[in-house]
Design a protein around this ligand. Sequence first.
Ligand code: HSE
Length: 311
Amino acid sequence: MTLDRATAFAPASVANVAIGFDILGFAVDALGDRITVTRSKTPGVRIVAQSGIAGDLPTDPERNTAGRALLALNVAAKPAFGFDMQIEKGIPLGSGLGGSAASAVGAVVAANALLAKPFTKLELLKFAMQGEVVASGSMHVDNIAPCLFGGLTLTVGIDDPRIKRIPVPKGICAVIAHPHMFLSTKQARAILKRDVSMADFVWQTANLAGFISGCYTDDLDLIRECLNDVVIEPQRRQLIPGFGAVHAAAIAAGALGCSISGAGPTMFAWSLAAHAEAVRATMVAEFARSGIETDHWVVPVESDGARIVAG
Ligand code: HSE
C-alpha cells in the first residue's frame, strides 16, 4: 500500500565501535530523527519545515543531508509527484551519534513508503550515502548501515557495499555519554595521519578480527581484549576533554571496552548489564570533573533500525 504521507524514525548510531574505523557501527534507539515526507503535486524535493535540535540547517535540499539523500532517490524513482519534507532533529549535530546519517536515512525510508515500487534497503543505503557526503565530506557508511539495518553492522565495500549484521552476545549493553560540546566530523577526520605503522596495522587487524569472532562465539574475554583502538583513538582523544579519565573509570567499573563514538565527542562503553549503571555513573562523574555536562543512556544493542512510525 502506498501512502500520501509517512513519518520515519531513524535512530542514532555509534560508528567505528573502536576497532572498525568507517566499517562498523551499532544503532541506538534512545534518540533519533523523525522525518515526514508528504506527496506533492509539484515535482521535485522541498524542505518545508525543520524543528527539534536542528539549529540552522540549510533548507536548500542540495546542501542539506536529508535533502541530498532524497534528491538521489527522486532521480532514481522519477515519480509523477514531488516530495515535501519535514525534519525533526532529535540527535545533536557534531555529537558523534550519527545525526547526519539519521536524517539521510529517515528521508529515504519515509519517501520509500510513498512509492508504488519501493527500493530495497541496499538501494536506500546508496541514496543515504549521498547525504552523508554533504555532512562529512567523505563517503562512509558506518552510521548509515546500522541506522538503516539496525543492530551491530559491518559494511564491506563502498561502491557496491555489503552489509552484515553481527550478533551481539546476550546481556551486553551500550553505555553512551554525550558531552555538551560540538566536534566537527570534518575536523576530526582532517587530523588523522594518512599512514599506519606495520605494527599498529597488525594489532588493529587482530583486534577487529578478534572482536567479530568474539561476537559470533559469545566470547566476552576476547571482546574485552579486542575492543581496543590502537590507530584512531590515540590521535583523536586529545579532542575530548577528560577522555583519559573517563576511559579509565569505565574500564575500572567493569566495562568490556570504552572508546569514542564515531568522530566524537560522545564516548561509549560496552558492558554486561550488571555493571552498566556503575559504568554510566563513573563516566558521567569523570566528564563532570572536567567541567562538562553530559546526556547519558544505557541501551541494549538491538535496535531494529529506521522504520515508519506514522502514515
Ligand atoms: N567513521 C567516521 C569517523 C564516523 O570516525 O570519522 C563519523 O561520521
